[in-house]
Ligand binder design. Sequence first.
Ligand code: ZN
Length: 182
Amino acid sequence: MAVQPIRLFGDPVLTLAAEPVTTFDKELRVLVKDLTDTMVDAPGVGLAATQIGVSLRVFTYDVDETIGHLVNPVIGLFSEEEQDGEEGCLSFPGLAFPTTRRQRVVASGFNMHGDPVTIEGSALLARCIQHEVDHLDGILFIDRLDPDQRKAAMRAIREAEWSGLTPPAVRSSPHATGGLAV
Ligand code: ZN
């Protein structure tokens, strides 16, 4: 296990676009393992590399008892159909807000060995993929909320006990995630 501290909202790394992976080496395989271990430990549905302070385009997911990862992900297809539901994020411990996402997406990229991979996801997996690819573009789920929900979210964040803590000193959240946090 190599569980890493999860960066919380307020850490600048979360709002930067991550760099594409160019070398599929041992370092990348260690990153995928660290992401997987940290996600499972949290527990979370997904985790982007930026959330452990690594600005590379890699994320992991754990949906419907399937654990996987995608390197340099690109969403090539979004369904017209949308889904509503509560969404959380491991970088916002204990918080969840109604977030509209596309019902189905198809994402392509690579596995850690450099082989091309395509993932087709609907429902929670589709939500997870959209959330994680957003992370890699420096976009957070609160940026996807409607204006009223965003106002409520910002208020809840200000009131959260973790708000304003010095990011590098923060360890993984002790809060229950209810299985919603990605
Ligand atoms: Zn997140």
